[in-house]
Design a protein around this ligand. Sequence first.
Ligand SMILES: [Cu+2]
Length: 341
Amino acid sequence: MGQMIGRIRLNLVAILAALGALALPGALLAQVEMDAPAVEAPAGGEAAVEDDAALEAATPESVYAPMAPTEGKGMPTAYQDDALKSMTFQDQYTLDGAYALGMHDYILLPIITVISLLVLGLLLYVIARFNRSSNPEPSKTTHNTLIEVIWTIVPVLILVVIAVPSITLLARQYETPPEDAITVKAIGYQWYWGYEYPDHGGFEIVSNMKSKAEALADGEPYQLAVDNRMVVPAGVPLRLQTTGADVIHSFAVPSLWFKQDAVPGRLNEKLLVIEEPGVYYGQCSELCGTLHGFMPITVEALPMAEFEAWVLAQGGELPGAAEAVGAEGGDAEAPAVALAE
Ligand SMILES: [Cu+2]
């Protein structure tokens, strides 16, 4: 009997190890609920505005001011502020992130907890019941077909239950961006990020970490705040491409469930749809040298109109604009060409 219990224990430990290996990628605790959309109105009306004409000129569409971050959204939580939340995933602002978080909260974590408690219970039972003093004459039992069938079938079923959402999530993360997705190219440099907008005239934003004084003065988390953000539209598919200019970096934003290596000589791309406007912080996640820890990422998702205003303010152009003009011109000229013939 003692041997059998020992084998049960070994087997369960093996199962636990297998489950642990499967569950590890999502092993941090998490919260599913998404914060209510907190769309910050861009600070259009500057205090310096004096007359009405200037006030009218300073509409949100015409002036870009970096959006103020929302506390706890798109950024990690300090242990001192909220111990429980500091141990979990950040709130998720993409559908894949919400799916992964749900899988973690409602499938992996309960299964891990139940198995851990079961194994702990068996261990304590064996320790108490089968130690030398309380069980001086050990049983010589070596096999029990029924229990062996059970401890083979049950783990298989558990793995199947985990495999379904797991493979679904994997497939979702490999979904190809649609043809009309907006392309943004993140380039990792030692040690800062560059953001290229090939669909908008190909301008590039160079993004460096803010100093501690600057970050705190602007109400942003130090070592996550940058001088020039990666500004993107919210709610539309983005084709986020990553590459490295020198060594391998990795573009990672936890609250967007996004992480993709930036490898020199390669162009990786992945679909990203940010569900709501906001400021989302991330970091380079591939050891890339001395200042690896000082090349943060700040993604600012804006409503489309404000994103387009930002593009124009950067000297970029809107992809639709040239086509629309071309199409109008084409329509107007088509009859003329026909008449001429
Ligand atoms: Cu890096």
